[in-house]
Write a protein that binds this ligand. Structure first.
Ligand code: F6P
Length: 343
């Protein structure tokens, strides 16, 4: 079997580890051959490939990003002429029997549609946002949180020296997992998630009381938090999947706090893509490797239209359609755990 691998959507640490595990296990256990499609679905539509063999992938475990490149190209978007037929044609021309699509809700959403159209495909889930409902975790998240916590620890010491409120904006488009876990692990005084309507007067109260006891407020805000007007999001540029390019939550929050806390000194740090770069954590290397191995066994056994998924400590394949139906956002119960506690 000749398998085409692609990585789509926002990159994250661990993508290369999936590619490594899939190629090594597929070649050695099942005699599969591999090609890499460049830049996600763009490479599939254009038939743009690179060879992938054991020698190429062996050094990849620790390397961030993706050697295949990524894009947010959507073969099913308006304006792309007959995307499914083009994919089918390219696979036939390149003698590719099946696809391994490594991506988040968008990339796997396309994979779901291709499977429904009879194209052999399996998936492996990734996203630093950790917001896919059909898996307990995605790789990339652990590394992103650790990177954000390291940054917060540093920002807290300079904030303390200058008696400043340090506002830290982290990624997380629709789900606040990165903000929630960063805030908990960094000991933030306030954490604001996209899932809630923030009470900015209460945030100002906490800011005042932390300053009054001689400490520097540390505030973690998710990029998707509802701290600025709807207009900002409406006018933002959008990708081929219709997602607005986010940004400005930290600045908007600063603006609101300055209006409520006279004399406040603040600094905003946007961690942004810093959270997506660099070498994966040990936990992400392991999860990515397990997902790659699971996806290969699914291809070998003909368990198509499925995605690798972590349930408790086990990795299983689940239907792709389940993976992309509903986003896994932070439930009220997780927010309730810390409600009313002043850190
Ligand atoms: O992949 C998820 C994510 O990192 C989101 O947290 C963020 O909003 C988005 O991607 C940023 O995407 P881009 O790389 O297109 O700026």
């Amino acid at each position: 079997m000749r398998v085409g691998i692609l990585t789509g959507g926002g990159d994250c640490p661990g993508l290369n580890a999936v590619i490594r595990a899939a190629v090594l296990a597929g070649t050695q256990r099942h005699g599969m051959e591999f090609v890499g499609f460049l830049d996600g679905w763009r490479g599939v539509l254009d038939g743009d490939t690179v060879p992938l063999d054991e020698e190429t992938v062996r050094p990849l475990l620790t390397i961030g990003g993706t050697i295949l490149g990524s894009s947010r190209t959507n073969p099913l978007a308006d304006g792309v002429d007959d995307g499914v037929a083009r994919v089918r044609k390219q696979l036939t021309a390149l003698e590719v029997d099946a696809l391994l699509a490594i991506g988040g809700e968008d990339t796997l959403g396309v994979a779901t549609a291709l499977h429904a159209a009879g194209i052999p495909v399996v998936g492996a889930p990734k996203t630093i946002d950790d917001d896919l409902s059909a898996t307990d975790a995605t790789f990339g998240f652990d590394t992103a949180v650790q990177t954000a916590v390291d940054a917060c620890d540093r920002l807290a010491t300079t904030g303390a020296s200058h008696h400043r409120a340090m506002i830290v904006e982290v990624m997380g488009r629709h789900a606040g997992w990165i903000a929630l876990h960063t805030g908990m692990a960094a000991g933030a005084h306030v954490t604001i998630l996209p899932e809630e309507d923030p009470d900015l007067d209460a945030v100002a109260d906490v800011t005042r009381s932390v300053l009054a006891r001689g400490q520097a407020p540390l505030i973690v805000v998710s990029e998707g938090a509802k701290v600025h007007g709807e207009e900002a999001a409406k006018n933002a540029p959008r990708d081929a999947f219709g997602h607005a390019q986010l940004g400005g939550a930290g600045d908007a929050l600063e603006h609101e706090l300055l209006a409520r806390v006279p004399g406040l000194s603040t600094r905003v740090t946007v961690l942004g893509h810093l959270l997506r770069g660099g070498t994966p954590s040990a936990a992400d290397r392991i999860l990515a490797t397990r997902f790659g191995l699971s996806a290969i066994e699914a291809l070998a056994s003909g368990n198509l239209g499925t995605m690798a998924s972590l349930h408790g400590v086990e990795v299983h394949q689940v239907p792709l359609a389940e993976a992309t139906g509903v986003l896994r956002t932070v439930p009220d119960a997780r927010r309730a755990e810390t409600a009313g506690v002043r850190w």
